[in-house]
Ligand binder design. Sequence first.
Ligand code: ATP
Ligand code: MG
Length: 360
Amino acid sequence: MVDNMYIKSVLLENFRNYEKQEICLNENINVIYGNNAQGKTNVIEAIFLCAYGKSFRAKKDSELINFNSDNSKVEVSYTKIDRDGQIRAEINDKKTFFVNGVKQNKISDIIGKINVVIFTPDDIEIIKDGPQKRRRFLDMMISSLRPNYLHLLNSYNKILDQRNNYLRQIKLENKNPAMLDIWDEQLSEYSFKIYEYRKYFIDKISNSIEDIHSLITKSGKEEIKIKYISNSKDKNSFLENLKKSRVVDIKRGFTATGIHRDDFMIYIDNRPVSIFGSQGQQRTSILTLKLCELKIVKDEIGDSPILLLDDYMSELDEKRRKSFLENIKGNQVIITCTDRIELENENSIYYVENGICKKV
Ligand SMILES: Nc1ncnc2c1ncn2[C@@H]1O[C@H](COP(=O)(O)OP(=O)(O)OP(=O)(O)O)[C@@H](O)[C@H]1O
Ligand SMILES: [Mg+2]
């Protein structure tokens, strides 16, 4: 018997290169294969949209609408332990979500209806690129579990924009710098709340990172650690830092300190893996980190999230693939690949060509 949440079907209408397509999925492993540029990732993107309220790759929602149309629709029908449900996204000049046919006022209202964890080859950027990618990873995970967090982040960013605007007005129009006090007070209030969420989830990762890492490396030889990096730990120090950097901020026209600059680091044997890690160590670390995410989501929601693996299996060597598969038993998995892969579990296979997805 299946008791994890899973997606029963996805309906695409004028979404990317699909005109009208329904894809029925099974509760175990679903493999979607086909040549490049045929529409595999577009399916993953549509599901992601209904889970997180936005695409993981489009800058603008209008990119999602088929070139020959002016509106687009995605409908995801799912089953959970206690109930069935349906999420619909409608995109025209704006984006609207419906849950079981009922229009939702805020995007955050759909978050958490279905939980998905995505694995893509680009995940490695979380380790290799700058702090922005790491904050995004953390923020996405927390938002999917705590809708209030998204609200805090949005409020913070709005106030940050206002402060930055005012900084430029002080410089160019000689406005009164004392007015910054209001924004500084609000920013440090939100900073502290956001910091607490992030710290809580980094601690959760920290609690499982060693076990998962030794499972993947099949040895306990390496010591792996994760650390959240912030220059403040409480509301007062957030406020003090803003005050301290005020003169510099005015000169530069932007806010140089705050949680929008925070970061986290992964260390192997006490050295940052982004700097000193070998290619293999970096790949293992990101797999470890994503599996920590999977574990946390599972613990938090008390159910197995849906896994989206976009072009991911080809990324893994034999050893990593094996430990990965051990970790994903009991989840619905949707895999895209260019070469059809055969996996043990019961699975459905789909072939995609030029915006048509057929079960084979
Ligand atoms: N708004 C749109 N309308 C119509 N077609 C689009 C739109 N946006 C993207 N496409 C097309 O969708 C096609 C498939 O994209 P997708 O990313 O799903 O490919 P894929 O099968 O995952 O390929 P790859 O194996 O290279 O990752 C591309 O050819 C792209 O030009
Ligand atoms: Mg693709």
